[in-house]
Design a binder for this molecule. Structure first.
Ligand SMILES: [Zn+2]
Ligand SMILES: [Zn+2]
Length: 253
């Protein structure tokens, strides 16, 4: 009986957001850490943080600092639809574990940890910018119960004091896994798979949109979303991700 009461109290406290009964844990390895949204020293040191100098269009690191607004050779040849891209870390073992914990591990608090690291890359955003997330298809949303990119987007919006529009983009159809496909096939696979619902179009007119996703692989999905946003009137789309795949490691989505 006493145990049942204690459990009930604990659950009530946790649902009220008071998580003090449990020590904070590293989102990379589960070790107990000093405070919420912190990594242990080992995981922190193994994360490869991205930042300047990098290509402003696709976030790949550049070998030399060639000034602000520099772009890589690939973006010079074939610029992506989104105007800017940034990612907090390179995709590696710890970055992947964190993304999977959020996606499949039902650990929504991890989204806040990711958002905290992503918010440092926001730069100067004019007022009126809004935040949206790469959507899941409704069947996948129904199965998983939440869209991990939207949880991160909410965290970013809160950190930055911006509006988050939860259903800014919708998936009109399920898309196949992009793993193993070439650039052209990936683009083909997600073409016209996204749209901005009519109710958001007026509010989007002339605005800058911060498009949030967990992992940036080929950028094909984000490009298709950016295209839908621009067709709906967005002035600029900036992609902001937790992790950027720099070497092909089969993480396409
Ligand atoms: Zn750790
Ligand atoms: Zn680039």
């Amino acid at each position: 009986m006493a145990v049942a009461v204690a459990l009930h109290v604990l659950r009530s406290l946790r649902s009220a957001g008071l998580d003090f009964a449990l020590p904070p844990r590293c989102p990379g390895c589960g070790a107990i850490v000093d405070g919420d949204h912190r990594f242990c020293v080992t995981c922190w040191q193994s994360l490869e943080f991205l930042g300047s100098p990098n290509c402003i269009r696709c976030a790949v690191p550049l070998p030399h600092d060639i000034g602000p607004d520099a772009t890589c050779a690939a973006c010079d040849r074939d610029p992506p639809v989104f105007d800017r891209a940034a990612a907090a870390v390179a995709y590696g073992e710890v970055a992947r574990t964190v993304a999977l914990r959020l996606k499949y591990g039902r650990r929504p608090g991890v989204a806040r940890t990711m958002a905290g690291q992503m918010a440092r890359l926001l730069g100067d955003l004019p007022p009126g910018a809004c935040v949206g997330a790469v959507p899941l298809h409704r069947w996948r949303l129904w199965k998983r119960g939440y869209n991990q990119a939207l949880l991160i987007a909410r965290g970013v919006a809160e950190e930055a004091g911006l509006d988050c529009v939860p259903d800014l983009i919708e998936r009109t159809r399920a898309t196949p896994t992009l793993r193993g496909l070439g650039t052209r096939e990936r683009r083909q696979a997600v073409r016209d798979a996204f749209r901005v619902p009519a109710r958001h179009r007026q509010a989007l007119d002339g605005r800058i949109v911060l498009l949030v996703d967990d992992v940036f692989t080929s950028g094909a999905t984000a490009e298709a979303c950016a295209r839908a946003l621009k067709e709906a009137g967005a002035r600029e789309v900036r992609l902001l991700c937790w992790a950027r795949v720099l070497r092909e490691e089969g993480a396409a989505r």
